[in-house]
Design a binder for this molecule. Structure first.
Ligand code: 5GP
Length: 181
């Protein structure tokens, strides 16, 4: 069982759902009367996005983009980011909310922000489920944060290790003997 590989559960399914409901309420209030476009960063944020939008009560659209970091290790990104799949929507004049799974060094989100900014959206804000605040290398503005977590490599709820564990309904930490940095 996948669950047997988990050493510690950091955030339970119930805690995730309760916090996501709060985020959904805040986003719905803030974007009331505005044309919201939620941009999901694949693949990690897809589970978060799908739960989040069901807690958003105002009309909105969604789009997807996929990015990858070059090099690094299996558990650390390098900040050299490549767009693997771009948006299909023209975001000029739109109110864009980037939905991320986790912000660690901040390099990935910083790249996405500067890239999307050049497309002249009406507004550009960020929403991340997890924030590894103490690992930040570049300053990135986070408008909505689910949980601030410690510097641990986490899996589950969309987050993978070697493409596995995304389907776990909670956020956990792998047993140390199961991963190689
Ligand atoms: P950053 O560029 O902020 O260092 O890292 C962002 C990306 O690195 C995330 O979108 C995610 O793909 C990956 N990442 C960072 N920390 C973790 C973690 O603890 N677990 C997993 N599964 N991925 C992580």
């Amino acid at each position: 069982m996948l669950k047997d590989d988990v050493g510690e559960i950091l955030i339970t399914e119930e805690e995730l759902q309760a916090r996501i409901a709060e985020l959904g309420r805040a986003i719905s209030a803030d974007y009331q009367g505005k044309d919201l476009l939620a941009v999901c960063v694949l693949r990690g944020a897809v589970i978060f996005l799908s739960d989040l939008i069901r807690r958003i009560t105002i009309p909105h659209e969604m789009d997807f983009m996929a990015v990858s970091s070059y090099g690094g290790t299996r558990t650390k990104s390098t900040g050299v980011v490549r767009i693997l799949m771009d948006l299909t929507t023209n975001i000029e004049g739109r109110n864009v909310l980037i939905v991320e799974d986790i912000v660690d060094s901040g390099l990935t989100l910083s790249y996405i922000l500067s890239n999307l900014k050049t497309r002249r959206p009406a507004s550009l804000r960020t929403c991340t489920l997890l924030d590894k605040q103490e690992c930040r290398e570049v300053d990135v503005p986070l408008d909505y944060v689910g949980f601030v977590i410690p510097d641990k490599f986490v899996i589950g709820y969309g987050l993978d290790y070697d493409e596995k564990y995304r389907n776990l309904p909670f956020i956990g930490v792998l047993k140390p003997e199961l991963y190689i940095e």
